[in-house]
Design a protein around this ligand. Structure first.
Ligand code: PLP
Length: 387
């Protein structure tokens, strides 16, 4: 039907200002931009853009196969086996232009407009828009901030939100933004619920290597109770410090991955070829880099959490905390975040991670080195009246 001069209704409300109005106000001079999840660490030398040369790889800048460079697909199969103990059939792997685009492709492959997707909240700010961009409906279920509430039943809360239109559930652990890892009992409950209601599971493995406990948390997609209905999406952005490379990958049951590959063909055709080689190097040779990353991120996360007097993160790159007790009478979330910004620290409003988080904020503890992070957190302490 004619629509000019309007855009598609499903695209209205999507905005590049996912982190709120503050970014516009801040200009480019923010001392401590702790609102976006990025890193100060340079990636493994072999994985960097400048390490990929036309001399070493003729036609470096050509297209790759839609599925991805065979060298990267092999590196992915080996990495998944090492990290998660699962031997993937290479045909079940699809290289994506980052996990953001990857999730979009997976949503297009699995969802119809009008389908509902359960989003345990708070959540990674982009997932809500990805679901909406498909014309599907994000259904927010407050969960991660309630995990330790006495008597809270996470699975019952999710089940109460299911309707005949529910098609999928999004599962992200270790988690952006709370830094939590989902307990075994909750995961078993989610698996049973997904089976009972014939749901797909969109498993977000972006922080699979960013954990601070004694050992890696088990991978959700590797559990037998998830395997048949899970599309897992990974990325080299976070764990390997390669966010600008735009390389991610998805895998799942063979028949559905055929469809995913078909959709990918019409989105970006293939991921950036030079950086597919970089990503393969990171996956093949990055284990020591990962160990150091966990050490420095874990230390930074603990230091920031202690200074803010909140629980320490189990993984991921964020802290998520309630500012209510620090808000002046009648003060809005934006006003308190503006006070933080005036002191030089930009945080993400909690509402970017769900409508129920109107007094919450997110802080990324990996954007600047720990020494600077400690200074930023001291500034926050004085703005918030912590001493
Ligand atoms: C939970 C989660 N999933 C996916 C992504 C997107 O990753 P990519 O950079 O590969 O698009 C992010 C990035 O912040 C994230 O935090």
């Amino acid at each position: 039907m004619p629509r000019f001069p309007l855009s598609a209704p499903s695209a209205q409300g999507l905005s590049d200002r996912v982190f709120g109005q503050l970014v516009r106000k801040s200009g480019t001079q923010t001392l401590y931009p702790l609102h976006v999840g990025d890193t100060y660490l340079e990636p493994l030398a072999l994985a960097r853009a400048e390490a990929q040369t036309t001399e070493a790889r003729p036609r470096l800048h050509n297209y790759s196969p839609v599925q991805g460079e065979p060298e990267l697909v092999t590196a992915i199969v080996n990495k998944v086996q090492r990290r998660s103990g699962v031997r993937l059939d290479p045909s079940c792997v699809q290289v994506m232009s980052g996990a953001t685009a990857g999730m979009g492709v997976v949503c297009t492959a699995l969802l119809e407009p009008g389908d509902e997707v359960l989003l345990p909240s708070p959540f990674w700010p982009l997932i809500r828009g990805i679901v909406r961009a498909r014309g599907a409906v994000p259904v927010e279920v407050p969960l991660f901030t309630r995990l330790h509430e006495p008597g809270f039943d996470a699975v019952a809360a999710l089940e109460a939100a299911i309707t005949p239109r529910t098609a999928a559930i999004y599962v992200n652990t270790p988690h952006n933004p709370t830094g939590a890892t989902l307990p075994e009992a909750v995961l078993s409950g989610i698996a049973a619920l997904a089976k009972r209601h014939d749901l797909w599971v969109l498993c977000d493995e972006v922080y699979e290597d960013v954990w601070f406990g004694p050992s890696a948390p088990p991978s959700v997609f590797a559990r037998p109770d998830f395997a048949e209905r899970t599309i897992a999406t990974h990325s080299v952005s976070k764990a390997y410090g390669l966010a600008g490379a735009r390389i991610g990958y998805s895998h799942g049951p063979a028949e559905i991955m055929e469809v995913v590959r078909g959709v990918q063909t019409f989105y970006s055709y293939c991921a950036p070829r030079p950086m597919q080689f970089g990503a393969a190097q990171a996956l093949d040779h990055g284990d020591a880099w990962l160990a150091n990353m966990r050490k420095v991120y874990g230390s930074a996360g603990r230091a920031a959490a202690q200074a803010l007097e909140i629980p320490e993160p189990e993984g991921g790159t964020f802290l998520f905390f309630d500012l209510q007790r620090h808000m002046r009478d009648g003060e809005s979330l934006m006003q308190v975040l503006e006070r933080c910004l005036e002191a030089g620290v930009m945080l993400t409003p909690g509402t970017a991670s769900g409508k129920d988080f109107e007094t919450w904020a997110r802080l990324c503890f990996t954007v600047v080195p720990e020494r600077e992070l400690r200074q930023a957190v001291q500034l926050l302490r004085s703005v918030l009246g912590l001493g």
